[in-house]
Structure formats: C-alpha cells, structure tokens
Design a protein around this ligand. Structure first.
Ligand code: CA
Length: 237
C-alpha cells in the first residue's frame, strides 16, 4: 500500500471530476471517485479516506445529507465544492460540520490550499495531545500567543480588548478555515446569544484597525460574505 494521502471525490460532473483527479494526482495525492451519494457513503467507511471533496448537488441525494451522515460517526475533513452560490447554503453546510467550501469555478492553488488546511486541522485535533496543544500561530507579521493570550504584529504587542482577543484566538485556532457567524457567536458567547452578527462586525472592525496594514483591504482577517470570517494561514511573501 502506498502512504499517499487519499482524497475521496464525490462529484457527478465528469469535467470537474477529471480536473480534480488530475490536480490531485499531479500533487502527490491518491484519490477515489464516486458520482453519487450512496456509493460515496460506502466508500467513506470501506476506504477511510483522509479528506472528502463533496459536491452538494448529487443525482441521488443532497450533499448535506452526506455531511450529516458522515459527521454522526467521523471527523474526516469535508470540503464542500458547490455551484450553489447562496450564502445560506454555504453556511448550512458548514454548520452541519463541513470544514470548508470552494465555490465553482475555483483554481488549483485555492483547491490545494484548502486541502492542506483541512488535513492539518485533522492532525491537530487528533488525540495526540502534544500536537493539539498549539502554543502559537504565526502568519506574515502577525503572531498569536495562545499561552500568554497576547497578539503581536512585527514583534509589537497589539492592545486588544478581552472580546477582541477571544475572536482573534478563535479564528487563530481555526486558521485557514472559514468560521460561520453562528459558530463564532455560539463558541464565544453561548447558544443564547442569537444570530445577530452586528456584535461580530463591530469587534472585527476594531480588530482590523489595530492589526491590518490597510483595514479596508484586509490581508489577515477575511470576510466570507454572508457566511463568516477566515483568518488566512498563508500570506504571499
Ligand atoms: Ca453536481
């Protein structure tokens, strides 16, 4: 058996499917393919893939059903690949437990970055407690020290309020992945906080003014319109 990481592609569009196969193969990944939901669910349990690329619009079932089913017993990363442009569809898939999404059309660089991030997060959330105890996160000039609860930019401390720090910390622990408004609100203030994103927006504006070189064109804290926020885990040098 090869030690290649194995990606399960669940996609009924043969054009997109062969693009994914070629991209994965030429970047050192192994892959399996299913063009429908039923076979995909069987393959998840029989082949234990390392990651799933999932189209939401499948001939025999809704991709969200697959997310629900897989999440009832497995933490395997799921990246939704969807032509659905509705923001609430994306948020629904993420709230059901998908790790991330790519909107069609997408490029090779974006695809590979999402896969790397998803695979890294499985490893850090594994039972290996030494890996799970992340002490800090660095990207570009930004550093989040989770132990000291301190954020610095180019070595200089950034004065954040306690709530601002908690938001930065949450996004830092999930760096590279989108967090939905609902996930953030629930995680920060509990389920009774409701779904008013205004609170997040206010804090995010302040965070960006303290951290971003240009708050109007963020390079660290990205808005995923109508869905949530993402702290990037790679910046162009
Ligand atoms: Ca489809």
């Amino acid at each position: 058996m090869s030690s290649k990481l194995k990606i399960l592609i669940v996609e009924d569009d043969s054009g997109i499917c062969s693009f994914l196969e070629t991209t994965l193969a030429s970047n050192g990944y192994g892959y399996l393919t299913s063009s429908n939901g039923k076979a995909a669910l069987c393959m998840v349990s029989s082949h234990c893939p390392d990651c799933i690329l999932l189209d939401l619009g499948l001939p025999d079932m809704d991709g969200n059903e697959i997310i629900r089913s897989v999440r009832s017993w497995s933490k395997i990363p799921i990246i939704v690949i969807s032509a659905r442009t509705s923001e609430s569809d994306k948020a629904t898939a993420l709230d059901l437990g998908a790790d991330d999404y790519l909107s069609k059309p997408f490029g090779t660089v974006e695809l590979l970055a999402r896969i790397r991030t998803a695979l890294r997060h499985t490893r850090t959330s594994s039972s290996d407690s030494e890996v799970a105890l992340t002490e800090s996160f660095h990207v570009g000039d930004l550093c989040i020290d989770f132990k000291k609860r301190r954020v610095s930019l180019g070595g200089i401390d950034v004065p954040l309020t306690p709530n601002e720090y908690r938001i930065v910390e949450l996004l830092g622990l999930h760096a590279g992945q989108v967090m939905t408004y609902k996930q953030m609100l629930t995680s920060l203030w509990g389920p009774s906080i409701g779904s008013d994103n205004k609170l997040l927006r206010v804090h995010m504006t302040s965070i960006r003014h303290k951290i971003e070189p240009n708050p109007n064109e963020p390079m660290y804290f990205m808005t995923e319109v109508g869905v949530g926020y993402r702290l990037v885990d790679e910046v162009e040098s």
